[in-house]
Design a protein around this ligand. Structure first.
Ligand code: NAD
Length: 322
């Protein structure tokens, strides 16, 4: 099967592409490599592309999804059967200072992708646990209102879900929106807490911890996330419209300071903390109800934080410095 993956040089895109290639699919990778972004993040993207196994069936296209003509030409030339859309302006904290970037990529770019993807068998796209925002009672279920986002990123992800619904209704485009809950693992984002904590611990640097680490996150290992993406991709929705939303999370939230304590234990090093006030726009807790994913695909995320962090520590020891 020919699958187009946007954000293929990103963290989750790397793992999804690797799994598709491993099972014999051809992957058309798309990523703009974020030309204006941070140097460490750029290096991480290039390293992920270099380390993609099975790359004979992988073609890479440095295309920005906001470039309508380039995206359309790519779809016409490559004719993918299915699409996994992971490209996005990510992160909940930077939102206030770079509003246009969020809207351009996450909303306009997504809308263009929906238009280009008309006629494909299935479009699976990344939404986020952040759409549950404030006031949703835990554990979060997909049928909650999700109409009180706390930051711009969350609002753009919710907008994507609404746009996908429109395209299902008007054009019959089958879509599945996956609400990922804090994903971590090998090839992770160096700006996110798991790798930030781990590298600071290894190097003896102090760790910035917001809100005394009381915030709880439903940490989900990237191997589980990639498995969920493939299972969903193989099962297009059949309802009218052919549209669905699914949580991808374990259903076991962990406080950030407890997550850090597991890392300290694995590394045998106590953390030096730089305690900072909680940030506006952050949710206090995220907590998935994973039962809809299990009902639809027979799968629920299963890698515990204990095991996931042991694997991450081992991976980082092998790859740090490369
Ligand atoms: P990532 O930043 O590692 O990957 C995103 C990729 O998209 C990057 O390689 C970037 O270069 C690319 N990109 C950005 N703008 C682009 C554009 N205009 N055109 C083409 N490519 C562009 O992020 P990730 O953690 O792999 O996240 C993948 C998806 O999952 C994103 O949509 C994100 O919002 C969503 N998500 C991630 C998490 C998480 O914890 N990592 C949680 C919830 C949702």
């Amino acid at each position: 099967m020919r699958v187009l993956v946007t954000g293929a040089a990103g963290f989750i895109g790397h793992h999804v592409s690797a799994r598709l290639l491993a099972r014999g699919d051809a992957v058309i990778g798309v990523d703009n490599l974020d030309p204006a972004g941070d140097v460490a993040l750029k290096q991480a993207r290039l390293a992920r592309l270099r380390h993609l196994p099975g790359a004979e069936a992988f073609t890479f296209h440095a295309v920005d999804i906001t470039d309508r003509e380039a995206l359309r030409a790519l779809f016409e030339r490559e004719r993918p059967r299915r699409v996994v859309h992971l490209a996005a302006r990510v992160g909940v904290r930077a939102g206030a200072n770079s509003a246009n970037g969020y809207l351009d990529t996450n909303v306009t770019g997504f809308l263009q992708l929906l238009e280009c993807a008309r006629g494909v068998e299935h479009l699976v796209y990344a939404s986020s646990s952040s759409v549950y925002g404030g006031g949703t009672p835990p554990p979060f279920r997909e049928d909650a209102a999700a109409d009180r986002p706390l930051n711009l990123y969350a609002a753009t992800k919710r907008a994507d879900e609404l746009l996908a619904h429109v395209h299902g209704h008007l054009h019959g485009l089958p879509t599945s929106g996956l609400r990922f809950f804090t994903v971590y693992g090998p090839w992770g984002r160096p700006d996110m807490a798991p790798l930030r904590f781990l590298r600071a611990l290894r190097e003896g640097r102090p760790i910035d911890l917001y809100g005394e680490g009381r915030m709880r996150r439903d940490f989900t290992h990237v191997d589980d996330v990639a498995e969920a993406v493939l299972r969903v991709l193989d099962r297009p929705p059949t309802g009218t419209p052919p549209y669905r939303l699914l949580n991808v999370g374990r259903g076991e939230p962990v406080a950030l300071r407890d997550f850090l304590a597991v890392l300290e234990r694995h590394l045998g090093t106590p953390a030096r903390l730089n305690l900072l006030p909680a940030q506006p726009g952050e949710m206090e807790s995220t907590w998935a109800d994973p039962s809809a994913l299990e009902r639809e695909t027979g799968f629920r995320p299963r890698v515990s934080v204990e095991e996931g962090l042991a694997r991450l520590v081992e991976w980082d020891a092998q790859h740090s410095g490369r």
